[in-house]
Write a protein that binds this ligand. Structure first.
Ligand SMILES: C[S@@+](CC[C@H](N)C(=O)[O-])C[C@H]1O[C@@H](n2cnc3c(N)ncnc32)[C@H](O)[C@@H]1O
Length: 226
């Protein structure tokens, strides 16, 4: 059965997609842009950049979804003139019509971005593409479980669907894989604050930190590979 995904409006005025069968949304209902900026851009990218000023950053995202987080990272790279190489894994790429049902193109049209959101989302898959002098994107249609990269990462955006929908992606095995994929000093961030996930990260070798969460969530997690 093919999942039915439809666009809904979140509390900050940005849209996201909802899958009824999984009872899951691609972002928080409390604000798709607000959540992505809070968890991944601020507690992930900004945090790593402050510790590694003017160093290029290799980011790995699970999963690409709507492309919102990748696009916000492009805007951040542009604004702060830092180099980002962004690899994003996606097991089930969205269809053109689903992407077109989102309102991000309109929301971000005044951002001096090197490309509009709709153009950004048309970027070819399975290829490292220089979107701007500061941002390279490689979208890969592959499951995280099957991914075998040739190098490791400075930052992991772990944005799987919730534990109730995809428990296998929050397993000890996946946390150990994240550890193996990270550089020393590398940072892992997620909206998820589940105790078993935190313990899995610790068991894998990460040092973990519970942080205040975005609107609608008490806590989130950051982990650092010593
Ligand atoms: C919460 S959404 C991610 C939202 C995305 N970061 C964005 O900004 O739109 C979770 C994504 O993970 C993808 N996914 C599910 N299972 C996966 C797997 N095993 N490996 C890689 N991606 C997976 C889903 O198709 C979905 O696009």
């Amino acid at each position: 059965m093919k999942p039915i995904r439809h666009a809904i409006l979140t509390k900050d005025g940005s849209s996201t997609l909802r899958i009824e069968e999984l009872k899951e949304t691609y972002h928080s209902r409390h604000g798709a842009v607000v959540e992505s900026e809070f968890v991944y851009i601020n507690e992930g990218l900004r945090f790593w950049m402050e510790k590694n000023p003017s160093k290029p950053c290799r980011v790995l995202e699970l999963g690409y979804g709507t492309g919102l987080m990748a696009y916000l990272s492009l805007l951040y790279a542009q604004k702060h003139t830092i180099e980002i190489e962004y690899t994003s894994l996606e097991a089930f790429p969205l269809k053109k019509q689903e992407l077109e049902s989102l309102n991000y193109n309109r929301l971000f049209q005044d951002n001096n971005a090197p490309t509009l959101f709709d153009e950004f989302n048309k970027i070819e898959w399975e290829k490292l593409v220089a979107v701007s002098p500061y941002f390279k994107l490689n979208k890969k249609e592959i499951k995280f479980e099957d991914f075998t990269p040739s190098f490791s990462y400075d930052l992991i955006f772990y944005d799987a669907f919730g534990f109730h929908a995809q428990p296998e992606l929050w397993s000890q095995e996946c946390m150990t894989k994240c550890y193996e994929l990270s550089n020393h000093g590398g940072v892992w961030v997620s909206y998820c604050a589940k105790g078993s996930v935190r313990r899995g990260l610790e068991q894998a070798g990460f040092k973990t930190f519970r942080l205040p969460g975005p609107p609608g969530k008490r806590e989130m997690l950051r982990a650092i590979k010593p």
